[in-house]
Design a protein around this ligand. Structure first.
Ligand code: AP5
Length: 253
């Protein structure tokens, strides 16, 4: 099992570097995790990181980290606009997201591989990612597409609680912390994400349908799409992810 890398280079950008590099078990894995809000992409990324060494690169985490780290300090106008859009459940403008990802291109070149979580989210972003990867001669291995019923998505979103400090994710029913309201890892008080409120999560689901589902066809045409049923326990979904991914990789090698 690989230890979780601290992702400082991804979360902070600029000159920041990770104190512990991600480490590959075998050839590096470079994948995109695709699926509706609350489907369990972050949960699966944490499990896959532990066994593959590929680092979870979540664009949502960049925004949440910026908000938490800035507490009290002025944010750049672009980050302000991004956080406002995020709280409403809308997408952050493509230009802002692409600027952040381009600044972190070294994370896509990381020898440990990567799992992009929440990016790309539009066809414009997917095309930009293709260009970035081609320019850097980095191949994409697969796009894991997680599928879950709307009812179950609503339950997962409503019960989620997160640690703003170390980013650990809990669920009030399916993954409660040992001490109610406190993070198991760092003891910080857990919070409900602002965009998990019912009004914002309804917007997020609608935005996903409109802007992100076209990526299913986009990656299917490139023979990268791997379907994974996201019902069941995190461990069951993880086993399904591994099996489907290995079957897909075997067809390419
Ligand atoms: P982002 O942070 O990417 O959120 P998301 O895609 O909406 O995904 P979530 O984090 O909500 O869910 P998840 O699939 O990771 O589920 P999780 O594992 O936590 O984006 C947030 C916002 O940022 C966007 O709305 C947008 O504004 C902005 N943004 C980010 N990237 C952008 C981009 N590229 N372009 C434009 N805007 C962008 O699981 C959910 C819950 O269910 C947890 O409580 C978990 O414990 C539980 N759970 C997970 N799996 C299971 C299981 N198998 N059984 C039972 N419970 C489970």
């Amino acid at each position: 099992m690989n230890p979780q890398p601290d992702r400082a280079a991804w979360l902070l950008g600029g000159d920041a570097s990770c104190s512990r590099e991600s480490g590959a078990n075998g050839p590096p894995l470079r994948i995109v995790l695709l699926g509706a809000p609350g489907v369990g992409k972050g949960t699966q990324a944490a499990l896959l990181t532990a066994t593959t060494g590929a680092c979870q690169l979540s664009t949502g985490d960049i925004f949440r980290h910026a908000k938490h780290a800035a507490a009290g300090e002025p944010l750049s106008p672009a980050m302000h606009q991004a956080l406002d859009a995020m709280h409403r459940g809308e997408l952050v403008p493509d230009a802002t997201v692409l600027a952040l990802v381009t600044e972190r291109i070294h994370c896509l070149r990381c020898p440990g591989g990567f799992m992009l979580d929440g990016f790309p989210r539009t066809v414009v972003q997917a095309e930009a990612l293709d260009r970035l990867l081609a320019e850097n001669r980095v191949p994409l291995d697969a796009v894991l597409r997680y599928e879950l019923s709307l009812e179950e998505l609503a339950v997962r979103i409503a019960g989620r609680r997160t640690c703003p400090h170390c980013k650990a994710v809990y669920h009030m029913q399916t993954k409660p912390p040992r001490v109610a309201g406190c993070c198991d890892h760092c003891g910080h008080p857990l919070v409900q994400r602002e965009d998990d409120r019912p009004e914002a999560s309804r917007v997020r689901l609608a935005v996903y349908e409109k802007s992100t589902t076209p990526l299913i066809d986009y990656y299917d045409r490139r023979h990268l799409l791997v379907h994974v049923d996201a019902h069941g326990t995190p461990e069951a979904v993880y086993r399904r992810s591994r099996t489907a991914l290995h079957a897909h990789l075997a067809t390419k090698r």
